[in-house]
Design a protein around this ligand. Sequence first.
Ligand SMILES: [Zn+2]
Length: 267
Amino acid sequence: MKTRIKKIVTATLCFTIAFSLVAGSTISAEAKAKKKSKATPKNIVVVLDAGHDTTHLGCHYENFEEGIANLYIAYYCKQELEKYSGVTVYMTRTGFDCPYGANPDSSADCLTARVNYAKSVKADVLVSLHNDYDPDLDKSQNGAKVIIPNPNYRPDICVTGAYLAKSILTQLTTTGLEINDWKLCPNGTGIVTRDSSSGKYPDGSAKDYYALINKSKTAGFPTIIVEHAFCTNESDRVNHLSSPEQYQQLGIADATGIAQYYNLKLK
Ligand SMILES: [Zn+2]
């Protein structure tokens, strides 16, 4: 995520809390999904969001530029996902530049436009691809984590996010990445939520902090933010964030995790 918004100041809800709050709806949602999938296999629409662009810069450290890395990963993820049937894949950007007006003073407009784009193509899910940077330059912070929707307002969307995140993280660890035990939410799962300190959903509950997540929840579909690795950690940067081949590994892991969650079959 962007460096200057990386200061995590609000309380975070952890995966385990999210799970316990929505445990009841988990079972019924899964049962419904199983019934549905037997009746008519639905085509899944996945929108991949390569985080940042040349206007809304991501993190930068040594020779690493986040916006470029994220775009590589998104392309490789799309390429891999399209090996499966029953899925249509879109990208919120396909080049380095911001396709949504490139206003440097309003990253909010760009994020809103990304969600609106996903909505316009009837997304089942928006997967935002990022890499991380520790603002304290704590080089011990390493590995992958996924930010999911909080359990408020639409607990079913939190449940989808949690299971999809788990599926992706399982695949990411096969590339040698560790699960980030986030220092502000050290729950060991790498799956975290973050609440807005002031924004509310229509039912009065705390909004999700990240615009992509709260806007898509209001629009009726989940967004998850995949933070693959830390550019401030030497092992992560050298072994996972230094070459197209390494980005391809990450993209394939994301795609495999998505495919397994949606039970997609190779063509
Ligand atoms: Zn980012």
